[in-house]
Design a protein around this ligand. Sequence first.
Ligand code: A5P
Length: 228
Amino acid sequence: MTADEQKRAAGEAAAALVEHDMVVGLGTGSTAVWFVKALAARGLSVKCVATSEATAALAISLGLPMLDIDAAGAIDLTVDGADEIGPGLALIKGAGAALLREKLVWTISRRCVVIADAGKRQEMLGKKFPLPVEVVAFGHATTAVRIGQVLSAGGIAATPQLRFGADGPVRTDNGNLIYDLACEAIDDPAALAAALKAVTGVVDHGLFLNLAERALIGTDQGVITLFS
Ligand code: A5P
């Protein structure tokens, strides 16, 4: 099975968890796309809250009814991808630069299900994927220096790298910038999460801790479920 086939299997398995009349959080990224398509194909009476403009556009094109996050208030079930899945279902997210809206949706969800291909599982967070941090544009280089100091204090020798796309620095849906932190290993995700969040200018980071209720992982042997 290719990684994309595994993503599709996980997304379709997650769509089977959705019930009539639920408010559903729609994740962002290539795995979440499979979920959104499978959910739309079920034709349930649901309302959806999107975690990015891209996902909203896809969902609307498929006829899914959308709800503003503030109108939703609470969400029954959110399904989203991840870049790394570590012990206890601690996650790194944000390769698609949607981490802030994702976290806003996840934190008001009764249940969060992460969907992924098998390659996303890691024994320790940070080994494979850089940790994204969303930063306000004003003074961002100064904020990056302070992020570097936080990393040094935590024994992480990484220099924050401003994320670029084809047209220059990547802007998030919220107009902010992304710095990527190639941590190599994150021994204490909770401590790093708190220290990053305390830096003025940091809006949020891609560490999603104690949020996922379960993971549906596509593997060559089928979709396996991991619980937190
Ligand atoms: C979007 O910002 C991310 O958090 C994605 O959910 C994550 O990068 C997973 O993306 P894929 O499903 O494309 O691997």
